[in-house]
Ligand binder design. Structure first.
Ligand SMILES: N[C@@H](CCC[C@H](N)C(=O)O)C(=O)O
Length: 274
């Protein structure tokens, strides 16, 4: 399945049992040459605490707390496959229980709106060694440049840089250096943002554990919050990503809402001895 081009292999753990070494499985299935191919692995699991639980692994096998494009796809899968046939459902993630609302056409979910919760702006909780609450326009030295970065957690950590024009050099030259910078003890996702207008922005991302992806839902939410904190956009903004658009709102209540597509591409079997 993919959400705005951010593609993962999804396993229905209501029906399947998996080996213990999930990081290794994630690396194998994610390989675009010798596996199924994807930005990582997402498990749709039973839980007593919500309608379903989502666990997500990046392509390098690391487990993340949250995945914004993934949660929309998990919701669509749970609805379309009869696991939770409700237009509103609760999903347990590494960032707590989140509520999603589905738009349904011809008995299939098409768009999903997610209450992503409140952003975390306290440096030690993001976590980052940079200063400030929030860490706003902080200097970060990478590859001979000093960036001005704003850090936000949406359950997982993000480092946002506003640039005049997003180039491959930003994403592939600077992004990998930001990901492993010592200022981020758990590594970080690196977003590069070009502001188009107070209601529109363009984003490319270098994701922790997966490299450049076509979209990052938590990254888009973190960037919208960073844009508001820096006085660059209004609280409602449309984010254009290489794989599609996400609509974002940082509500006055403090919660961030993200709306976007979710698509099932194919289903199949993959022998575990691969
Ligand atoms: N693409 C995702 C985020 C996936 C996890 C991220 N790479 C991390 O390690 O935190 C999204 O849509 O939010």
């Amino acid at each position: 399945m993919h959400g705005a081009g951010n593609d993962y292999v999804y396993v229905n753990c209501f029906e399947e049992s998996l080996p213990e070494d999930l990081p290794s499985l994630a690396r194998q299935v994610s390989d675009r040459h010798t596996g199924i191919g994807g930005d990582g692995l997402i498990l749709i699991c039973p839980t007593d605490e919500a309608d379903v639980q989502m666990r997500m692994f990046n392509a390098d096998g690391s487990e993340s707390e949250m995945c914004g494009n993934g949660i929309r796809c998990v919701a669509k899968y749970a609805y379309d496959h009869g696991i939770a046939p409700r237009e509103e459902m609760k999903i347990l993630t590494g960032n707590g229980i989140l509520t999603v609302q589905l738009t349904v056409e011809n008995q299939k979910a098409t768009q999903v709106r997610v209450n992503m919760g409140k952003p975390i702006l306290e440096a030690s909780k993001i976590p980052t060694k940079l200063e400030g609450a929030p860490p706003l326009r902080q200097p970060l030295d990478v590859v001979g440049k000093t960036l001005e970065v704003t850090c936000v957690s949406m359950g997982n950590p993000h480092c946002v840089t506003f640039v005049d024009e997003i180039t491959d050099e930003w994403v592939h030259g600077v992004g990998p250096q930001v990901e492993v910078h010592p200022a981020f003890p758990n590594r970080v996702n690196a977003e590069f943002i070009q502001i188009v207008s107070p209601r529109e922005m363009i984003m490319r991302v270098w994701e922790r554990g997966s490299g450049e992806t076509q979209a990052c839902g938590t990254g888009a939410c973190a960037s919208a919050v960073a844009a508001v904190l820096n006085g660059l956009t209004e609280r409602t903004v449309l984010c254009h990503l290489p794989g599609g658009d996400l609509a974002l709102e940082w509500a006055e209540s403090g919660e961030v809402y993200m709306t976007g597509p979710a698509t099932e591409v194919f289903s199949g079997e993959w022998p575990l001895e691969n």
